[in-house]
Design a protein around this ligand. Structure first.
Ligand SMILES: NC(=O)c1ccc[n+]([C@@H]2O[C@H](COP(=O)([O-])OP(=O)(O)OC[C@H]3O[C@@H](n4cnc5c(N)ncnc54)[C@H](OP(=O)(O)O)[C@@H]3O)[C@@H](O)[C@H]2O)c1
Length: 251
């Protein structure tokens, strides 16, 4: 059925927090949400200038924007991103748990430091930020988490730690949907395939092999992932669900 009610957009004036919003999928998401009328807070760790560029680009669209330094691996800062966003822009309606790191390699070679780092950023950080959002988010809010296509299909060796960390986010998402649904807060997870960003450049050594693993034979763009996130930011009757934006990687 094609009624206007089925066309979802982020209502204007909402405030979105995008973790890891200084570049890549996070930056594209911040701009997409701003284009749809949201004010945006982005977090960063090293990319202060890049985050400030995102702020200026959002402001050029006529929306408010703030960049906060908040390391998802630090427990206080992971939660503090939420309180900082509320302090800066007055409320929180949309959380995008995007900050993430990948350490790939043979399982025998991964160090305890690798394990702790990946779990701290990808899992504990997302949990603590979501936990703070549960306390501070408006009813009817949205939590959208960025997973990976490797939770759906692991195409080869080297992904144990990264896939394990992102699989935890599926459990977090479904449980949050159940826990917060009574307040009209939805929680969903988006699984990108190979996306051309600093983390995974299409022209990197493994680019052609990754492109060949998709049905469409190419990398995706950060904008293509941002479009799905923006859709979920507007959707009120979609929750606890997983969405692949992977060019058919899992097909
Ligand atoms: N690219 C892909 O092929 C792909 C595929 C599947 C899933 N993903 C997921 O998509 C998300 C975004 O990836 P991307 O490709 O856009 O990566 P990216 O280009 O490397 O960007 C990562 C972003 O996360 C931030 N970040 C890194 N560590 C952080 C931390 N400890 N605390 C807060 N922010 C942190 C970075 O900020 P600074 O630059 O300021 O440090 C940057 O803004 C990640 O969760 C990733 O696992 C990516």
């Amino acid at each position: 059925m094609n009624s206007p009610a089925n066309i979802v957009k982020v209502p204007s004036g909402k405030v979105a927090l995008v973790t890891g919003g200084s570049r890549g999928i996070g930056a594209a998401t911040a701009l997409r949400l701003a284009r749809e009328g949201a004010d945006v807070v982005v977090t960063y760790v090293n990319g202060k200038e890049a985050a400030e560029d995102v702020v200026r680009a959002v402001e050029a669209l006529g929306r408010r924007a703030v960049a906060l330094r908040a390391d998802a691996a630090d427990a206080e800062e992971a939660a503090g991103a939420v309180t900082g966003a509320v302090r800066a822009l007055g409320r929180l309606d949309v959380l995008v748990n995007n900050a993430g790191v990948g350490v790939l390699g043979p399982v025998e070679t991964l160090s305890l430091t690798d394990v702790d780092r990946v779990l701290a950023v990808n899992v504990r950080g997302a949990f603590l930020t979501s936990q703070a959002a549960a306390s501070h988010m408006t009813d009817g809010g949205r939590i959208i988490t960025v997973g990976t296509c490797m939770t759906q299909r692991v195409p080869g060796p080297g992904g144990t730690l990264y896939a394990m960390s992102k699989a935890a986010l599926v459990g977090l998402t479904k449980a949050l949907a159940r826990e917060l649904g009574g307040r009209g807060i939805t929680a969903n997870i988006v699984h990108p395939g190979p996306i051309d960003t600093g983390m995974n450049p299409a022209d990197g050594p493994h680019g052609p092999a990754q492109a060949a693993m998709t049905a469409v034979g190419r990398f995706g763009t950060a904008d293509e992932v941002a479009a799905m996130i923006a859709h979920l930011a507007g959707a009120s009757y979609v929750t606890g669900a997983e969405f692949s934006v992977d060019g058919g990687h899992a097909a």
